[in-house]
Design a protein around this ligand. Structure first.
Ligand code: ACO
Length: 376
């Protein structure tokens, strides 16, 4: 057997025509469209179309797909009661995992269908916002079919039609986070689907993988870090102390990118449009100090700013609370999960890798037990 690769680094596990990640040069393209071609400007619904079918829609946003999604936003009675039965006060991400799993009612069979993908994309924001509002003792806000996907998410959360500047910023975030090749959550989803399990089970696994701070759980920690640093003048000291404690700086480093994450470049521009100038100045100072320190102290590791860094600044600038950062990432990623689910099923083969066995050689003898002695 060939040598093992810890963390499957560099292992090609299959073929995909959805997203190209160019780690050495910092490139990212969906179906051949570089992200700078899509943001700003492309509505999230158009990018869903692109990811699912490989072609941009003829109208922006696509009216048929938008209608399909809008028509599925309202929850069936069963799901409403289910959301209302999740104990209030949980971190929204924990609640979302439970609620996505609870979408499974036996009707999500194998293979996954486009309609099931629409349900996943359309219903998760309604479930999440309903839970968050009820948890805060507020009435749920019914979805509005005349709003775009991203605007409607903010509307259901806040109960007012959102400021178009906020919608534009969050729309850019949703597009940039919509897919990313064979990242851990997509891999988890594809492994589950490859067993001929269903989309809801696979998306639950995807969310479970997304949750960890080495993947999608980092952005709230970026905001915590910025709070911890407090002022630009404190950045050097704070970063030096964190690295001396052997901590990882959240929002830096990436398995695929050995240069700056291209999504971070665009998110920084978006942050420039919506962030409080003092907060942005702090973020830029911390970034520059962190990059210098990582260059000196983690020489050769090639650690640069990743998507989560300015993603956090954008999410806080549009008014999202920190415990909604990773759930919002998950909502954006449902498009990519859906595209990968359909692609996996189209040419499925069970994903079942090998492992390099490093335990004792077989042939060991089991200890003799005297008759009647209790097993231990
Ligand atoms: N701060 C300090 N040191 C780091 C960081 C960091 N952010 N990231 C990696 N390193 C160091 C590691 O300590 C390790 O050093 P060592 O060789 O001396 O042990 C070396 O760089 C390589 O790290 P690995 O964990 O092997 O690299 P990997 O490719 O597995 O990790 C990861 C990528 C998990 C993103 C990592 O860079 C990290 O933990 N970053 C911080 C968390 C974060 O920002 N997560 C969001 C990722 S983006 C996304 O998934 C959407």
């Amino acid at each position: 057997m060939s040598a093992s690769s810890r963390g499957l680094e560099g292992v090609v596990i299959g073929r995909s025509a959805i997203t190209l990640v160019e780690g050495e040069t910092g490139g990212l393209a969906y179906r051949g469209f570089r992200i700078a071609e899509l943001v700003p400007g492309a509505p999230y619904e158009s990018v869903i179309h692109l990811l699912l079918w490989g072609e941009p829609p003829s109208e922006q946003p696509p009216s048929r797909l938008s209608r399909e999604l809008a028509g599925r936003r309202s929850l069936p009675r069963r799901l409403e009661s289910l959301v209302d039965s999740v104990s209030p006060g949980l971190p929204p991400l924990e609640a979302l995992r439970t609620m996505i799993s609870a979408m499974g009612d036996g009707s999500f069979g194998y293979p996954p269908t486009v309609e099931q993908v629409f349900d996943l994309i359309a219903r998760t924001p309604t479930m999440l916002t309903r839970y968050v509002r009820r948890s805060a003792g507020e009435r749920a806000v019914a979805p509005r079919a005349d709003l775009g996907h991203v605007a409607n998410y903010l509307y259901m959360l806040e109960g007012v039609v959102p400021d178009p500047r906020k919608v534009r910023a969050l729309e850019g975030y949703f597009v940039l986070l919509a897919d990313h090749g064979m990242n851990a959550s997509t891999f988890a989803l594809r492994v589950v689907l490859s067993t001929n399990s269903d989309l809801v089970s696979a998306a639950t696994a995807g969310l479970a993988a997304l949750k960890g701070p080495l993947h999608g759980g980092a952005p709230a920690k970026v905001s915590d870090m910025l709070d911890g640093v407090g002022t630009p003048e404190n950045a050097e000291k704070w970063i030096a102390q964190a690295l001396a404690r052997k901590e990882r700086l959240m929002g830096f480093g990436h398995r695929a990118y050995k240069v700056e994450d291209p999504r971070a470049v665009i998110l920084k521009q978006i942050a420039g449009e919506v962030a409080d100038p003092a907060r942005l100045a702090l973020a830029e100072r911390v970034e520059s100090v962190a990059l210098d320190a990582l260059e000196r102290q983690r020489a050769g590791r090639r650690l640069y700013t990743n998507v989560e860094y300015y993603g956090a600044v954008v999410l806080e600038s549009v008014g999202l609370p920190r415990d909604l950062f990773t759930p919002t990432f998950a909502l954006a990623r449902t498009a990519g999960w859906g595209a990968h689910a359909l692609e996996q099923a189209a040419e499925n083969r069970l994903i079942r890798p090998d492992v390099e066995y490093v335990g004792p050689a077989p042939g060991r003898r089991w200890p003799e037990r005297s008759a009647g002695a209790p097993p231990h």
